[in-house]
Write a protein that binds this ligand. Structure first.
Ligand code: SF4
Length: 348
């Protein structure tokens, strides 16, 4: 059981972040925000896949208009992602943003940040202060380089300025693509403040490598109780971010278990198409959240024993396959793929 860091509670719409609430899983749309229909579809897909909170970039005033329409059409709180223009932030807040993500360092002076804070206060929404290694203030970059020390200092300086305005409805994020730096800077931030922390990496890459990098960085921090909300940033379809994020949270016991397809690595004893079968199950059962462990194993000699914890399993044999539950053999299958699919579907 992971002992979570005690953080202050912040709310984005009906989603609680910090204060002992379950870790919130978020993603970001990659459609054009001006394409309201496409963005709504993507948000609904993300929501169905298990996403708790969706971030939407608002790069111009046309996007503010559609952001408002999108907000009204979806059932999940939205974070407006703003860079450079404080007027966009205020307009997004007025158009229903449940949370705003800004980097106070690139808004063009604290007077403008102050105006955003007043609007957020009026609408009672939180602000995520996001510091990225790539966009550190010039003076810090020159004096301390792009270092853990510089990122932490930048973040704490911005927090102090915002707190001096009496604003504490804050979530913090400090992101870098370096895994050791991400771990270290978040450990330090967790000690220095009690604000909820949003965890993620920048430029994590394509799903294959990016998932591993995120699992390492976020997994280590989450296992230490650090992190109130996460995003696994991956290039491509944001649904991959949710699948990976959910897996990270589930294996750590931070989200209830869901469908878990396990399969053996295959070897010279393999009698059937383990990979194809596991992929077909994954594809056909996508979106099913029932807690069920399904095993696909290559041989009947070791399969049922090795996958003893499975609720239902298939082990290929010379003449077909066997079906088993919790290590116990239930029967033989002549057409393993089709017969097994039918048995699995009875359980969901
Ligand atoms: S379950 Fe059988 S086929 Fe799969 S890796 Fe183990 S021994 Fe090999």
């Amino acid at each position: 059981m992971i002992e979570r860091r005690k953080s202050r509670l912040v709310k984005a719409g009906n989603v609680r972040i910090g204060g002992g609430a379950p870790v919130v899983l978020q993603s970001m749309t990659n459609t054009l925000t001006t394409d309201a229909g496409g963005t709504i579809r993507q948000i609904n897909d993300l929501m169905r896949a298990g996403c708790d909170l969706v971030r939407v970039a608002v790069p111009d005033f046309d996007s503010v208009v559609t952001f408002g329409q999108i907000r009204k059409a979806v059932g999940v709180p939205l974070i407006a992602d703003i860079h450079f223009d404080y007027k966009l932030a205020i307009a997004a807040i007025e158009n229903g943003a449940d949370k705003i993500r800004i980097n106070p360092g690139n808004i063009g002076g604290f007077d403008r940040v102050r105006k955003i804070l007043r609007a957020a206060e009026k609408y009672n929404i939180p602000i995520r202060i996001g510091v990225n290694a790539g966009s550190l203030e010039k003076n810090l970059r020159l004096s301390k380089g792009v270092s853990v020390e510089a990122m932490l200092e930048s973040c704490l300086k911005q927090v102090k300025a915002v707190e001096d305005e009496g604003f504490r409805n804050i979530v913090l994020s400090i992101k870098t693509s370096s895994i050791p730096a991400a771990i270290e800077v978040n450990r330090l931030a967790a000690k220095e403040t009690d604000y909820p922390l949003h965890l993620g990496l920048t430029e994590a890459g394509l799903p294959e490598d990016g998932s591993v990098k995120s699992a390492v960085a976020l997994g280590i921090l989450l296992a230490e109780g650090i992190g109130d909300t996460i995003r696994v940033s991956l290039t491509g379809d944001p649904l991959n971010e949710i699948r990976t994020g959910l897996t990270i949270l589930r294996v750590l016991g931070l989200k209830p278990p869901g469908l878990d397809i396990i399969s053996c690595p295959t070897c010279a004893r393999t009698h059937g198409p383990v990979e194809d079968t596991a992929r077909r199950l994954q594809c056909e059962l996508a979106g099913i959240n029932k807690p069920l462990k399904i095993a696909v194993m290559g041989c009947e000699v070791n399969g049922p024993g090795e996958a003893r914890e499975a609720d239902i399993g298939l082990a290929f044999s010379k003449n077909g396959g066997i079906i088993f539950r919790k290590g116990e053999i239930l029967g033989r299958l002549k057409n393993p793929l089709e017969d097994f699919m039918k048995e699995v579907k009875k359980l969901i």
